[in-house]
Design a protein around this ligand. Structure first.
Ligand code: X1H
Length: 443
């Protein structure tokens, strides 16, 4: 992206202790890093004005459990030092500039859609949102990770969190060929629930600025884009059913299916979410708390639906299979209804599945993002363009409407996970990270 920027006066450089990631019990106060590594040619660290502290906080999986609160704890740790081809990223996300405190749901819908327009305009104008707030993204699969389902061979303790966006504050020598201190990058990989994360330079994605909207694209947007493109075989005029449509990834599936010229049905759990779905182009929002989805599908879509983007599992999955049209495609991108159970999955009455698929020449296809990395750059680039052109809404839920308010600080990741599992979120859940501020810091 840019050449190494040796703009840091060497006299102000304080070298970093090669600290590793081991925990330092009792590190709470922010102390400046001590000068022990004088080989400044090995790393570029932005100490000028930023005072990278020696200690930080991060979330660590300490025991395997599908209960996030049981599995994960907040710990003090040393700020890691990037290796030769790595970046030290300060997880830093700008927040929604609009505070939404009204209780009335109609007003909330209005506020949200005004907010969406505001974001579109703001992005189109290239405005930089207010600085100083930091966020990490929450995924339903954070608890699959903390239950040890991702990689059963990995033993705790290990770092939690999948995705982040932030500013490069330090980097290794070979990483400096393409990056510099001050660059903004997004990434997905483990260890994002931390104030600072080391990220391999080649796995980072440069972003124009640090905004929570970019964060929504990394996993949630990319999943919808690539799954529908690669597995959906969408044709104009087809009917697409999106479950959990107002959630982190559902919102994107709705918009991409609509852009492909399809008729989109979206399930959600409140009238406010139904209003949001309408605002992003969903033709038939179904608030399943108020109407029977099975009846609605039978009555209004007697020929069935051509494509299902399914993330709920259990009874919803069964209903979706039964609602497929001839040659229908059902894409399994998750099954959140089971994640909190010991096995991670609800029983599925699949005995007649082969018959159902055969009778309709239908298919069920699973999607797991890491298997589609070859499509990732194109997907991200394309979504960025749509966002810049005001053609993509990336709704972010920072917990303004949560009982205890906005998700601020890594400790509120626990609340944010509960909030998402209670089905309360509208859009992607993000948590504001609040690194201890250092006086005189510009970061
Ligand atoms: C190597 O392939 C995988 C795929 C999925 C390894 C682990 C998983 C996993 O833990 C996931 C997962 C990952 C991403 C996502 O978007 C959804 C899901 S669901 C899931 C899982 C849940 C319960 C289980 O018992 C097993 C896997």
């Amino acid at each position: 992206m840019s050449c190494p920027r040796l703009l840091l006066p060497l006299l102000t450089l304080r070298r970093v202790r090669t600290a590793g990631t081991g925990t330092l019990s009792g590190v709470h106060a922010v102390s400046s890093r001590s000068i022990i590594d004088m080989s400044y040619s090995a790393h570029f660290m932005d100490f000028q004005g930023s005072s990278i502290p020696s200690g930080m906080q991060k979330l660590v999986v300490t025991r395997l459990s599908p209960s996030f609160r049981e599995a994960v704890s907040l710990q003090a740790a040393a700020v890691p030092t990037p290796g030769d081809a790595e970046l030290l990223v300060r997880n830093r996300f700008v927040s929604s500039a609009l505070q939404r405190r009204d209780e009335n749901s109609r007003l909330r819908v209005e506020a949200r859609s005004n907010y969406l327009r505001f974001l579109k305009v703001q992005f189109a104008l290239g405005a930089i949102p207010k600085d100083g707030e930091r966020f990490v993204g929450i995924n339903a699969s954070d608890i699959n990770y903390s239950a040890g389902r991702y990689d059963p061979s990995v033993r705790p303790p290990f770092d939690a969190g999948f995705e982040g966006i932030g500013e490069v504050v330090g980097l290794g020598l070979s990483a400096s060929a393409r990056h510099a201190v001050g660059d903004t990058v997004a990434y997905f990989g483990s260890g994002a629930f931390a104030e600072y994360t080391v990220v391999p330079a080649k796995e980072s994605v440069p972003v124009p600025s640090v905004r929570p909207e970019f964060l929504t694209l990394l996993v949630s947007g990319a999943t919808a884009y690539i799954a529908l493109k690669r597995l959906g075989d969408l044709a104009k005029g087809e009917t697409v059913l999106v479950t959990a449509a107002a959630g982190g990834t559902g919102q994107f599936a709705v918009q991409f299916a609509k852009q492909a010229g399809c008729h989109v049905i979206g399930t959600c759990s409140s009238d406010e979410k139904a209003g949001f779905l309408k605002s992003i182009g969903c033709d038939r929002p179904v608030n399943y708390a108020m109407e029977d989805l099975a009846k609605t599908l039978r009555k209004e879509y007697p020929k069935g639906v051509d494509v299902v983007y399914e993330s709920v599992g259990g009874r919803v999955l069964e209903l979706a299979v039964n609602s497929l049209a001839n040659k229908g495609r059902l894409i399994v991108i998750g099954f959140i209804s089971g994640y909190q159970t010991p096995s991670g999955i609800l029983p599925f009455q699949g005995g007649t599945l082969p018959v159902k698929l055969l009778q309709k020449s239908a298919s069920m296809r699973g999607f797991f993002l890491p298997h589609f990395l070859a499509d990732y750059r194109e997907a991200l680039g394309s979504m960025m363009q749509m966002l810049a052109a005001g053609k993509l809404v990336c709704e972010v839920d920072c917990g303004e409407m949560a009982p205890e308010g906005r998700f601020v600080g890594l400790e509120s990741v626990f609340r944010a996970v509960d909030y998402m599992y209670a089905g309360k979120n509208l859009g992607k859940v993000v948590v504001e990270v609040n690194p201890p501020s250092v006086s005189g810091s510009k970061l």
